[in-house]
Design a protein around this ligand. Sequence first.
Ligand code: IPD
Ligand code: CA
Ligand code: CA
Ligand code: CA
Length: 253
Amino acid sequence: MRAVLLQAVQEAGALIKERFNGPFEISHKEGINNLVTEVDQAVERLITGIIKTAFPDHGIIGEEYGRHDVQARYRWVIDPIDGTVNFAHGIPLCCVSIGLMDGEDIIMGAVFNPMMNELFFAEKGKGAFLNDQPIHVSRKEDFATACLVTGFPYHFPEGKDPFSAFERLVKKGLPVRRLGSAALDLCWVACGRFDGFWEYNLNPWDIAAGYLIVSEAGGRVTDFKNNPYTAWDLETLATNGHIHEALRLEVTG
Ligand code: IPD
Ligand code: CA
Ligand code: CA
Ligand code: CA
């Protein structure tokens, strides 16, 4: 399964890079800035083809083409391009993300940004890697000097205000970034570039692989109430562990 996962992200990454500067057709889902390009769809078809050829019985949960055979023991959770808006604007902060579930357990994940040639990989219990080198979350303990990243959903959750924590933290002078790719946000926490990340309303394909990569790099991923992360959570908080409670308190106001 490891070989198939790596083959799938590498072939997907090659296609993303080849098509990066267009031309490609762009359409939108609900909302004029919730974009999808023909490349998102082509990449998901490519990945699904590779997985189904190797493992015809495995399940697929993909962003663009939905769910197939989801009663299977093994399910592949696919975001063909995470950071589609960046991709559509020629901003090289986008990636392919694939996680593999055994029942409800995420056991393997890979995230590849072909423009930066950075391939993040983790297998449960075996550590996390960037281009085959082991990675670890940062050692930052002082929340006041932490470097943070967040994202905003296309649709704001009812009754929630995704901006208040952002505003509070920026007003306190903390550097808070918004890259536009939740999978990369998580991987950049895993390799220590960021100390913490939070976002509302992500989907399983945005986080499945990144969750395992952060965990295997020594970090912590929970919802906003400190419950352990599951693939179906709508709140994601991922940190180096040291600043987890401090960031959680800011995010929950
Ligand atoms: C989006 C990105 C973005 C996040 C959005 C996601 P997409 O995924 O991860 O960073 O803020 O919530 O939907 O649509 O580019 O695959
Ligand atoms: Ca999308
Ligand atoms: Ca995504
Ligand atoms: Ca996507």
